[in-house]
Design a protein around this ligand. Sequence first.
Ligand SMILES: Nc1ncnc2c1ncn2[C@@H]1O[C@H](COP(=O)(O)OP(=O)(O)OP(=O)(O)O)[C@@H](O)[C@H]1O
Ligand SMILES: [Mg+2]
Length: 297
Amino acid sequence: MTMTQSDLAIHAHGLAKRFGAVQAVSRIDLVVAPGEALGLLGSNGAGKSTTLSMLMGLCAPDAGKALVFGHPVGSPAARRLTGATPQATDLPDQVTPREILTYAALRYGVAPAIDRLTADFGLDDLIDRRVAGFSGGQMRRVALALAFVGQPRLVFLDEPTSGLDSAAQQAFRVMARSYVAQGGALVLTSHHWDEIEAICSSIAVIDRGETVLAGRIDTIRDRARITRLGFDLPPGLVPPLWLGARHDGARWQVETGDSDTLLRRMVTEALPFANLTLQPLELKDLIHHLRHEENRP
Ligand SMILES: Nc1ncnc2c1ncn2[C@@H]1O[C@H](COP(=O)(O)OP(=O)(O)OP(=O)(O)O)[C@@H](O)[C@H]1O
Ligand SMILES: [Mg+2]
């Protein structure tokens, strides 16, 4: 089945945005389908938040085009279908989470599912307290609940778990996965690779305002099946050069696309290794590896 633009949660092409002398985003293309979670990765200042702002209709792109379920971003139809948590949370002081959520739900034209949101985001002791004095993590929980209160079909989350304790981070993962499993589309930024891997099926790596690597995580993994071998050697012994191993301060490490052949040679050449471990390369290192390969002349 081919998807039309209005079936796609996001269809964005050639987005660009400049702030004075800074070209924050120069060329971003993104496609997100319902039931898909896309993780935006990239270093500080790469252009992730600017990209989200354009997709949420909060700032107009200088170039490019973005549609949300076929509607131009920022249009009332697109906004009704979209929920979001900004990177910085700023809520009015003198109201309670229940009041904020109820008001927000009204604007979406839906009944607020206060009990479910309270449970999903750990708001039990907070729901009827004034927001004034809330801790950073407590604010963040309310902001996350706000993103989902309008029963949106698409949610943007900019560093959703920054400031959350580990129990709240874990609860968020469960909640996000269930939202996506029920057909919701999710775009999130995070500096936590494990969070992206736990929630997202696809990633887009942004570097200096450009998408430099994008695709399904399983496809990216298939492109390079790299294994990392770790082992100890007797003190003072240095592994032979052909092995290409390096010491990470604790153990010897080597990355290979063919661990069988490498291991056979280690055994044949009687390398006295101990405590051997084999692990697939983590996503972060895999992407580093792929980008390094692509940039090779
Ligand atoms: N309103 C603005 N005015 C001027 N410069 C801006 C503005 N917003 C963003 N920038 C600049 O655009 C670039 C991209 O910023 P952006 O906030 O999108 O990065 P980011 O990828 O979200 O980074 P982080 O991981 O730190 O959140 C940065 O150089 C930033 O300083
Ligand atoms: Mg940001």
